[in-house]
Write a protein of this length. Sequence first.
Length: 382
Amino acid sequence: MATYIYAKQFFYEHDVKEKGYLEIRDNGTFGQYTTEKPNGTIIDYSNYSIAPGLVDTHIHGYLGHDVMDNDIEGIKMISNGLPSCGVTSYLPTTLTASADLLNDVCQTIGQHASHIKGAKIQGIFLEGPFFCEKYKGAQNPKYMSDPQKELLDKWQDSAQGWVKKIAIAPEREGSVDFIKHAKSKDIYVALAHTDATYQECLEATNAGANIFVHVYNGMRGLHHREPGVVGAALTIPTAFDELICDGHHVNPISAKIVMDCHGRDKTMLITDCMRAGGLGECQSTLGEFDVIVKDGTARLVDSGSLAGSILELITGVQNVVRWGIATPHEALKMASLVPAQSVGIDNVCGRLDEGYPADFIVLNDSLELQATYIDGKAYYTK
């Protein structure tokens, strides 16, 4: 006998469906939505709303573990913990590091990604190492270089095809050819930690790059005589824009400018969360750097620069609604379907549509998480 989720509303791609029933098939996929009470087992969430599981395409760690630890047990802990943030799919994200360590991390994830429980690994995001030193942020400049196609191929081979996204600085020599090569391998290219001009960004996106990483952070800003990377992120219509909406990385008005200029259908919420996420105030590390977590931020001990975030994605959703810059429907879409579309995984996550894996979240009227389901089974409950 089929199972149905009964709720007050359902957040679909183009609209919010009112009170009704959503079928969960025995194989863990969504069936049809109906307003008529069906025959079957009813799970009553009549006071709550249902949305697609969130998709975090830029996250380094959680609960004391970091992707760069190259520890599969740590990756399992991250996957196990992320449903408490509403996340059901994610891209484990690396940092700028030695080519050998990146190769080892790719190999470790590639060997295990398909059978880790909890939030589903949908690919690997290589954040670096082909960046510019001027906007290094919390990335280690000693490993930065011009992009090398051979290294990307090696990492992808080691990952058994799991590399999904790589970020580069487009002003580095050979970037356009590298972007074209990556796209030929079905790897999405993002622009980050860069001092590029608007024209260099335009050439990169014309070659196939399609994502601006954590807009405003780690990039040349907007100037009236040189629009720079921020100007490109605001105006190039084919690209997607990442935003860290923790209230520290980007002012709410600045986030609204991105959403208004570029469109909420092309703006995605990410966390850039590092290992200290979920641990409260503490001392921590990011890559080879010491970090202090205090007052809601993670900062490098030596410079005070922001070192990723401790943001949970459901909190980012709540923030943009609370700031009055997005509706609940827009906010949830920016944290699920839009990031999935940015890296071509919207065929397996980010929707409540029939036939999709039944990965979804249960929310109250304040968008506070009540439960997270994966493949139709409750994985986290408040």
